[in-house]
Design a protein around this ligand. Structure first.
Ligand code: NAP
Length: 548
């Protein structure tokens, strides 16, 4: 069917994680990277989102003649109605001859394959790829391949116009003395406080350099007692602990030379808050946006700028990071008409997706950003609330290599280690899902063990102690057993996110026919915990489901 279609035709086209969507076949933009098998793909303009993407022939269908098939009546995603209105307007405005030609060519519509159904969760029609074992370029040491030290991140020299045609402020290299002025003055306090904004104020210094009084990072004892990157409460850190590997304890400081690039950050949840504070503390210029706008207030007091929409943040910044709850949140932020990320993407704009989401959505986002000339990197993180506050996250990245390099000072500020897993968008997501699948099953097993201990009359304190003495003595087991023992489920890693990650890992397993017996069983336990109302509690509340 798609072979009959030609430039100018109105169509239904399906991106991997979206239902079939109204679009138009248009001339490809020479600036936009073509996929490998471009001969079998149409370049599509999507109505509503005004996004562009290369879509394989087999998932592109004439609009007229397939309307009944693809018109959604239930679970209508945001922007779908607007897209239908826009394509219907385009039909009304079509010259008669063009319509006659179109109808003649489409007079024999091909059958629509079953796999092109309208469920957002529907399986992709592509045959499942075997997991590829690739030689990976690992960049934890941030050196070049020949072993020479990495150059300081290159700065964009061009000043691309934004969507309104205005020139954006060019990114300027700092002189060494300016860099020294901007360098972070990090202080860490061991005094317990819940307030991560305490003792922070930002002042504009005369001249071009913004000198900041950097905020002190204050972490409460309760934060530390559940930090998987630290030893157990009252226990000395062992030489093999994650914290000592990272060289990070609350009293240790990092010195980061911030990039002069303007940084945007979308999402001020548990993770975003910690990451943004560390970017500010290390002297980065950060513009923030959050769906619930009042969460921006304290960050603005702490020196951040505020964007009114994801689009505005992207337009005002060189690199925009995003860390939000789930796939729905990412789609809303990226694809929403007029105010979404895509609307702000122009040539050279950089977008870094840090949320843990599914691979299909990651690829849709990457393609959409690239189709507008933007640069894409995915960078999900390992670590929870306290590692985020402490700048001790592990960053898993894949996508554009230069953008990974350009993120150097940001990753230094928020993390203890960043790994570049290759140019393939999806690689970091797969790694992240596997790591969280293991975490989820371990904590579910701990919950079951402690629930059974209670039933057979053992003292849970004894169980926690025995666990802390043997080979299971690791931060996750120690801290989560303490949480269960003390019935203290304030969220460090929200249980609903753990269940989402298990669900996504199971979908990934389906795709490659990998049996996941244990993860599937653990997922059921987390589902039960959500049903019992513990979705927003810490992952350790899965004990409630096990003991119920
Ligand atoms: P969180 O505390 O639950 O915060 C969620 C964030 O997403 C909030 O900023 C929320 O905005 C925003 N959001 C939700 N739905 C949205 C929508 N439809 N449109 C726009 N914004 C929306 O989550 P988190 O713990 O920071 O986690 C963020 C991501 O990092 C998740 O993908 C999670 O799996 C991953 N992660 C979390 C941890 C952890 O330990 N917490 C560790 C590693 C990775 P509002 O403030 O308006 O609700």
């Amino acid at each position: 069917m798609a072979a009959k279609l030609q430039i100018g035709d109105l169509v239904w086209a399906k991106m991997k994680s979206f239902p079939a969507w109204p679009g138009k076949i248009v001339e490809s933009n020479p600036d936009i990277k073509k996929p490998k098998n471009v001969k079998n793909q149409h370049f599509i303009f999507f109505f509503g989102s005004e996004n562009f993407a290369w879509i394989p022939f087999e998932t592109v269908y004439p609009y007229i003649g397939n309307k009944e098939k693809f018109l959604l009546t239930t679970r209508i995603p945001r922007g779908f109605k607007e897209a239908i209105d826009a394509i219907e307007d385009a039909i009304k405005n079509m010259p008669e001859e063009a319509m006659a030609d179109y109808q003649q060519r489409m007079s024999r519509p091909d059958p629509v394959p079953e796999e092109l159904n309208n469920s957002v969760e529907s399986a992709d029609s592509d045959s499942p790829d075997k997991p590829k074992r690739k030689k990976r370029s690992r960049e934890s040491d941030r050196g070049t391949e020949d072993g020479t030290p990495k150059k300081t991140p290159r700065l964009k020299s061009k000043s691309p116009p934004d969507s309104s045609g205005k020139k954006v402020r060019p990114v300027k290299s700092l002189t060494p003395s300016e860099k020294i002025l901007k360098r972070a003055k990090m202080t860490a306090s061991s005094s317990p406080s819940q307030n991560i904004f305490s003792s922070f104020s930002a002042k504009k210094s005369p001249g071009k350099i913004r000198e900041r009084k950097l905020p002190e990072l204050r972490v409460s004892e309760s934060d530390l007692s559940y930090d998987p990157s630290l030893g157990a409460p009252g226990m000395p850190l062992s030489s093999g602990s994650l914290a000592s590997e990272a060289g990070g304890t609350p009293s240790q400081v990092k010195s980061v030379i911030p990039t002069p690039m303007r940084i945007g950050f979308l999402g001020l949840g548990i993770m975003g808050q910690g990451m943004v504070m560390n970017l500010l503390r290390s002297g980065h210029e950060v513009t923030v946006w959050n769906r619930t706008a009042q969460k921006c207030r304290d960050f603005v007091k702490a020196g951040a700028l505020k964007g009114n929409s994801p689009c505005e943040v992207v337009q005002q910044c060189d690199i925009t990071f995003c860390c939000v709850a789930d796939t729905t949140a990412v789609k809303d932020i990226v694809f929403t008409t007029n105010t979404g990320v895509l609307h702000g993407i122009t040539a050279g704009k950089c977008f870094v997706e840090m949320s843990t989401i599914d691979e299909e959505t990651v690829q849709d986002v990457a393609e959409a950003i690239q189709a507008r000339g933007g640069v894409y990197l995915e960078a999900p993180v390992v670590g929870s609330r306290v590692p985020a506050l402490e700048g001790q996250l592990t960053i898993l990245a894949s996508g554009d290599r230069k953008l990974f390099d350009d993120c150097f000072s940001c990753f230094e500020a928020i993390g203890k280690k960043s790994l570049y897993l290759g140019s393939d968008p999806g690689a970091a997501t797969r790694m992240k899902l596997i790591i969280n699948m293991v975490m989820g099953t371990v904590v579910a097993s701990l919950a079951e063990g402690m629930a059974m201990a209670e039933k057979v009359g053992l003292d849970l304190e004894d169980v926690a102690e025995v666990l802390s003495l043997g080979s299971l003595r690791c931060p996750a087991i120690i801290h989560k057993s303490q949480a269960i023992l003390n019935q203290k489920y304030d969220p460090h890693f929200p249980l609903q996110h753990q269940q989402k990650d298990l669900r996504l890992a199971l979908q990934l397993g389906d795709k490659v026919e990998q049996p996941l017996y244990i993860a599937a069983a653990a997922n059921e336990l987390y589902k039960k915990a959500r049903r019992l109302g513990y979705g927003e509690s810490d992952i350790s509340a899965v004990f409630r489901a096990a003991s119920n």
